[in-house]
Design a protein around this ligand. Structure first.
Ligand code: FIX
Ligand code: ZN
Length: 423
């Protein structure tokens, strides 16, 4: 029996869903992990219909729907590839998969036909756009205020542009991606040497200090908000390996020195089918005791973490309850499907409240932010509405302010706070 006065702005239970929809629609999210690039980084940034259709998610689906060898596909021009994918997945079949529905959703949001026999009208539309106006339109339609890039300091094309002063744009934040250093040291250490860093293939001697210097120099050049690495499902820490040594002696100390988080994206089975290139990666259940050990050994560091295997999600939530320097984020890659996003998000709210980052888009093509954030809002709305209904039924009235605060925290505040320097 409720005796206390209900706070101002209390929402009736049957009004909650409506308010949640409004608040989510109004929210301007920070997309904290993408493969998008600021326009000053030239051709690295992908956008437009041909890029949307030749997305590796769709390439994987193409090879299931068309008796076409990967070799024959790679021999095509980008335009021919896009035509083949449109015909096979959108004309000769119904676009019901998450990735094909995504393209339909983008075309619809841009006022383009979603069931045309060919791509003439879509191509004409994009040909008439400038990259800057395309960026502003996509971010506005997606309700995204800024995106975080994935910048590779060992990518020759990208590195040259940063050294030439490119890259700075208020809509795009930088991140130092370290997969080549940590996962492919044997084929990349010489590049650091060539750039004047006295490193050794064995990673012995002064290598760690030099890698640290390299990272600090690139942080200065890019103003990166965090460093990141994807790791295999077999990742172990500690381990007698160059990767573990560089993590321990270079990357983790550099992040502490620069007071920025390290993002650990764990659980990739790289190139199980190299013939289909980017689409050839898979997922595997990882031993998250490596993450436990890293959180225990480096309490001064902050770790953004996403795990690729559905089977690792519960453990990650449990570890986040143990370590405040661990921030779970996103429903990564093969998990970014509404049925799985729903399951993961409900569990995270039950175990972590609003103290996690529900999603990132992982967009590789600009316009993908439009459908990925539309899907996220659509999936989150019933989950949040149900959560607040349960709270109200349990005896605490819910206000619009509660919902606004939680949504802002999950889609902005948690990330902004986690990257904010502590010193
Ligand atoms: O490692 C990553 O950042 C992954 O997101 C990508 O490598 C992957 O190819 C992808 O596009 C996932 O959505
Ligand atoms: Zn990614």
């Amino acid at each position: 029996m409720k005796t206390t006065q209900e706070p101002a702005g209390t929402i009736a239970i049957d009004e909650i869903r409506h308010v949640v929809d409004e608040v989510l629609a109004k929210a301007r999210v920070i997309d904290m992990h993408t493969h998008l690039f600021a326009p000053s980084l030239g051709g690295l940034g992908l956008w437009g219909i041909d890029e949307l259709l030749t997305y590796h998610y769709l390439e994987a689906e193409l090879f299931r729907s068309l008796p076409l060898t990967p070799e024959a596909y790679w021999a095509m021009t980008k335009r021919e590839q896009a035509d083949a994918i449109w015909r096979a997945l959108f004309v000769e079949n119904t676009p019901i998969s998450e990735a094909t529905r995504g393209v339909v959703s983008v075309l619809d949001a841009l006022g383009l036909p979603t069931a045309a026999g060919d791509l003439r009208e879509a191509r004409a539309y994009f040909a008439a756009q400038s990259v800057d106006s395309a960026i502003d339109r996509a971010l506005r339609l997606a309700g995204v205020s800024e995106v975080v890039m994935t910048n590779d300091p060992l990518d020759p094309q990208e590195a040259a542009m940063w050294k030439a002063g490119a890259g700075h744009d208020p809509r795009f934040r930088a991140v130092l991606r370290l997969d080549r250093i940590l996962n492919k040291w044997d084929s990349h250490w010489a590049k650091l040497n060539a750039e004047g860093y006295a490193v050794e293939e064995s990673a012995a001697g002064g290598t760690a200090g030099e890698v640290r210097r390299f990272l600090v120099d690139w942080h200065k050049r890019t103003n990166a908000v965090y460093m990141a690495v994807s790791l295999p499902d077999t990742f172990q820490f500690p381990e007698d390996s160059v990767r573990a040594a560089l993590l321990r002696e270079a990357v983790i100390p550099a992040c502490r020195e620069l007071d920025i988080p390290l993002s650990l994206m764990i659980g990739v089975r790289y190139q199980v089918n190299p013939a289909i290139r980017l689409a050839g990666d898979a997922a595997g259940k990882a031993d998250l005791r490596a993450l436990e050990r890293i959180c225990v050994d480096y309490p001064e560091n902050r770790f953004l973490t996403s795990v690729l295997s559905r089977e690792n999600q519960h453990e990650l939530c449990v570890y986040a309850r143990k370590f405040s320097n661990l921030m779970p984020f996103g429903c990564w890659w093969f998990l970014n499907n509404p049925s799985v996003v729903e399951e993961m998000t409900r569990e995270r709210i039950e175990m972590l409240g609003a103290s996690f980052i529900p999603q990132h888009s992982d967009a590789r093509v600009l316009e993908q932010v439009i459908y990925k954030w539309k899907n996220t809002r659509r999936t989150m709305a019933p989950i949040l509405a149900n959560t607040y209904r349960l709270l109200a039924e349990d005896g605490r009235a819910v206000t619009r302010r509660d919902i606004e605060r939680d949504v802002d925290r999950m889609f902005r505040g948690n990330f902004e706070d986690f990257i904010r320097p502590r010193r």
